[in-house]
Design a protein. Structure first.
Length: 150
């Protein structure tokens, strides 16, 4: 398989953050029971809006595992630490070490740049103890009025 050169540069930047891009997705997805969302306001059923968590509060809401055939969305508000593109996809990261880091894989980052406040919403995939991948994801400037925790 031939991988376009810009993708290699972006993949290296993403890998340097400790993320592993999982390109495989299950085609049939199971909805999680309402009990899953108790004490997890940042999480929602697919395509529904959760209340964006802060970088400081998200760790307490993260589930250890999800059923393999399920999808749940997560919302987080934080300071952008990375904006990169491979020419087709954009990668936007929020939350800095030593906490949980969140990477959004999206089709556009608008005018977001490192240091901006942003809200990321998308399909939750826990990579490891400290890394969350949101894919698919939407990244937008944080207006401060969207119910995000502070």
């Amino acid at each position: 398989m031939i991988v376009p050169r810009p993708f290699l540069h972006c993949a290296a930047a993403v890998a340097s953050l400790g993320f592993v891009l999982d390109m495989g997705r299950a085609s049939a997805q199971t909805l999680l029971p309402d009990s899953f969302f108790v004490d997890r306001p940042a999480f929602s059923q697919p395509e529904q809006a959760g209340k964006p968590a802060s970088c400081e509060s998200i760790a307490a809401q993260l589930p250890d595992t999800l059923p393999a055939d399920s999808r749940v969305d997560m919302a987080i508000a934080g300071t952008v630490s990375l904006v990169r593109t491979d020419g087709a996809l954009w990668y936007v990261a929020v939350c800095a070490d030593p906490g949980v880091r969140v990477l959004c894989v999206t089709y556009g980052a608008g005018d977001l740049k490192p240091g901006d406040k942003a809200v990321l919403r998308g399909g939750y995939n826990r990579q490891d103890r400290r890394h969350v991948l949101l894919d698919p994801c939407l990244a937008s400037p944080w207006s401060g009025g969207d119910g995000a925790e502070r």
